[in-house]
Design a protein around this ligand. Structure first.
Ligand code: FES
Length: 125
């Protein structure tokens, strides 16, 4: 039997390796802080919920309600692509809207860009 040994990791293997490391965030819910540690595999919203954080998400992550609004550190916010028009329109309905910090947590991936970040739940909905 001959076993093929790839000379370099396959693309998928490399991807899996890079996402297997844990990412840690701190979530501030009206002054109550929770630490969430997880691997990158879902949205920020789903990961916070999976970590026991009670995030409002009336539409279930379909970008229809705006209740999953979070404030990111400015330096972290800048690492993500700008929100689409629909997301921006929902964010702008919030009294806490900050164009340099606001995102819908259902619309951004939980990945290495969030590692170490303090996320504030914008509980105004
Ligand atoms: S959960 Fe409704 S917009 Fe994110």
């Amino acid at each position: 039997m001959r076993i093929e040994v790839p000379s370099k990791p396959e693309e998928g293997a490399q991807f899996m390796g890079s996402t297997a490391s844990k990412i840690a965030i701190t979530v501030d819910d009206a002054g109550q802080e929770a630490r969430v540690v997880a691997v990158a595999e879902d949205s920020l919203l789903k990961t916070m919920q999976g970590g026991g954080v009670a995030v409002a998400a009336v539409c279930g992550g379909c970008m229809n309600c705006g209740t999953c609004h979070v404030l990111l550190p400015v330096s972290v916010h800048a690492l993500f692509e700008a929100p689409c028009e629909t997301e921006t329109a929902l964010l702008e309905t919030s009294d806490l809207y900050d164009p340099g910090r606001s995102r819908l947590s259902c619309q951004i991936p939980f990945d290495h860009r969030l590692d170490g970040a303090r996320i504030i739940l914008a509980d105004d909905n």
